[in-house]
Write a protein that binds this ligand. Structure first.
Ligand code: B12
Ligand code: SF4
Length: 562
């Protein structure tokens, strides 16, 4: 089939400033398996320039696809733009099958199918295997009922007729198949790197860059997290093969910067260490940036020299709050002292730290903001990122916040950089003032500025200067937009009225595989099992599995997943 993958233009600041762009990994991840299945695949990255919906249609028209596959990694705030693009395509090309995928549609499929008649199919959960099954079924005219992880229209109306119909009919009610199983062997699905021109993608100050995933998911259970449930189980790629792929991207395509899309790449120390060692053995001068948890950094204090040697330049640490009660409430399962120590350790090993914190989880007051400011300054991170609490319907936090008022009803602004929930104690103007004061206080401290000038690592000095340049553009842009562009409403709907009822029961988007157990539990089970033969059998089943690292004699996954 002739398939067009479309990355719609995203309005958020992360897409528009800086002018640099990262490749859309989600679409490339489904592009690779589709190419291998024999389809003709092309990527239209409308986020790059960015293109208007009409320009997308013109480009699509030139390729004349049979199927348009649309999705964006910034999926909630990208939704309005994705819908504008798909509506334009439907009008211009009535026969094209329009398929929509990603995190937001995985959960909001009922509302999307009801409101957007141009969408033929929604793919729920990870897309690699499902997209291949779906394209094959569409090509052969097979029914979609047997494909797990899709939502489709039972009896698609003739398109032109559908546009003329005032409402939906019973036969137009969508059908959802059961969730697709999680992909166990991530190495079996290759990324379709040939779909992009690497020269068009850069990061870290105009260095050729890619986004990659060593792992998917996270074993923790933070109540606001919109990602962990989507991937359902933490899994990782085979460390040596993954390191080889990064080295190949450097040697064949001149890639210099690797941005990890992982929620938590360091969840398994043995697996992460094996990857670092394999990458060091490849002897490629890559710059690695990503996000992880502060407690993993503290756990890995003794192997941080390996991080540095492999090229790790910066880790974003999701600290979220400096208040222990809030950390407990959002189930962050972390402590202030660990956050502080992780920043110290990273600095000691020549790695930059970016502390991400979230405002608006609680009804904060001036006193809370003042305390946050003092604490963050005392943590002494190299960079900070302030975000606004943004509830996703499929998280437990949504249930907690369901009765709060929404002040921002443009979903395109639900990008973590706009206040979307009202707070009783403070008007939005005072909150953004505090956020900007905190950002300025941390980034413009003499200590921070001195590091930009005098950091012993020239590469990191350059990167910090780039970050400040971006900040100089973002800062006035955000203030200007707050004052003149972002319309907020005073008496908005409650969160539940705006987005629907809590959906945390459906948080796990994929059908889970049997849970794997950590080594310690394995040993315990073997020790306690009275029947020696059964215990031995149990052990041999686990050690024969793909997650058992024979060299280390240990399971490489699932350490915190019981
Ligand atoms: C790398 C990254 C970026 C990069 C850009 C990435 C890019 N070019 O796509 C940068 C730094 C520019 C960025 C910016 C932003 N980002 Co960002 N970003 C990420 C990050 C770290 C990884 C995304 C990724 O590549 N995931 C891996 C791929 C494989 O997953 P995926 O895209 O979901 O795709 C899979 C499935 O969803 C499905 N699928 C996806 N699309 C489609 C389409 C079809 C047709 C099908 C069948 C299947 C399918 O199949 C894929 C393979 O299984 C995530 C955090 C995370 N851990 O995921 C945040 C994340 C996606 N970003 C987020 C946000 C909010 C933003 C910004 C809005 C921030 C801002 N205010 O500026 C902007 C948006 C603009 C943008 N371009 O995305 C949020 C989105 C929350 C949400 N649910 O809406 C996330 C989840 C972080 C978070 N805080 O939770 N981001
Ligand atoms: S540690 Fe990060 S990725 Fe993991 S559940 Fe918490 S917020 Fe989500």
């Amino acid at each position: 089939m002739k398939v067009l993958l479309i990355n719609p233009p995203h309005p958020a600041i992360g897409s528009r400033i800086p002018a640099e762009h990262l490749p859309p990994l989600g679409l490339l991840a489904i592009g690779g398996p589709l190419l291998d299945a024999g389809h003709h695949v092309k990527l239209l990255d409308a986020d790059l320039s960015p293109l208007t919906p009409l320009e997308v249609v013109a480009e699509a028209g030139r390729y004349a696809p049979e199927a348009a596959l649309v999705g964006h990694s910034g999926s909630t705030s990208g939704h309005p733009s994705a819908m504008a693009v798909t509506r334009a395509i439907r009008t211009a090309c009535p026969q094209v099958r329009i398929i929509y995928g990603g995190v937001y549609p995985t959960y909001h499929w009922r509302e999307i199918m009801a409101a957007e008649p141009q969408i033929d199919v929604i793919v729920r959960g990870e897309g690699e295997e499902t997209a291949v099954r779906l394209m094959r079924a569409l090509e052969l005219g097979h029914p979609l009922a047997g494909i797990p992880g899709v939502v489709y229209r039972r009896a698609p109306l003739v398109r032109l007729q559908r546009a003329a119909l005032p409402g939906r009919t019973a036969s137009d009610v969508p059908a959802a198949t059961p969730p697709a199983p999680v992909i166990r062997n991530l190495d079996a699905c290759r990324v379709g790197w040939e779909l992009i021109d690497h020269a068009r993608y850069s990061y870290w100050g105009n260095r050729r860059a890619v986004v990659v995933q060593f792992s998917r998911g996270c074993p923790h259970r933070c109540s606001y997290c919109g990602q962990r449930g989507f991937w359902t189980r933490w899994r990782h790629r085979e460390p040596v093969a993954f390191a080889r792929e990064l080295a190949r991207l450097h040697r064949d395509h001149g890639v210099e910067v690797v941005n990890f899309a992982d929620e938590n790449p360091t969840a398994s120390r043995p697996a992460w260490q094996a990857f670092l060692e394999a990458l060091i053995a490849e002897k490629v001068p890559l710059i690695l940036v990503g996000s992880t948890r502060a407690d993993d950094i503290v756990r890995d204090a003794d192997i941080l020299p390996l991080y540095k040697q492999a090229g790790v330049a910066r880790f974003l640490l999701g600290m979220e709050s400096t208040d222990e009660a809030t950390l407990k409430k959002i189930r962050k399962d972390s402590q202030r002292e660990t956050d502080r120590e992780a920043i110290r350790l990273l600095r000691q090993h020549g790695i930059l730290s970016m502390a991400a914190f979230v405002v608006g989880f609680e009804e904060e007051t001036d006193r809370d903001y003042w305390r946050t400011l003092r604490r963050i300054v005392s943590y002494d991170p190299d960079q900070i990122q302030a975000l606004y609490a943004t509830p996703h319907r499929w998280t437990p936090y949504f249930r907690m916040a369901a009765q709060r008022r929404v002040i921002q009803t443009d979903l395109g602004r639900w990008d973590y950089k706009h206040q979307v929930l009202a707070t009783r104690a403070m008007p939005p103007g005072r909150i953004i003032l505090w956020v900007k004061v905190i950002e300025a206080a941390v980034q413009l401290r003499p200590k921070s500025l001195w590091r930009v000038l005098a950091h012993p690592d020239p590469g990191l000095r350059e990167a910090m200067r780039w970050y400040y340049r971006v900040g100089r553009q973002v800062w006035p842009h955000e203030v200007w937009h707050f004052l003149f562009h972002d319309f907020r409403i005073d008496d908005g709907p409650t969160l539940a009225q705006f987005l629907g009822l809590p959906q945390d029961q459906e948080a796990e988007a994929m059908a889970p595989r049997p849970i794997r157990r950590p080594d310690a539990v394995l040993e315990e089970v073997v020790r306690r099992t009275p029947d020696g033969e059964a215990a031995a059998q149990f052990r041999s089943v686990l050690t024969a599995g793909p997650d058992f690292d024979a060299k280390r004699g240990a399971l490489t996954t699932g350490c915190r997943m019981i």
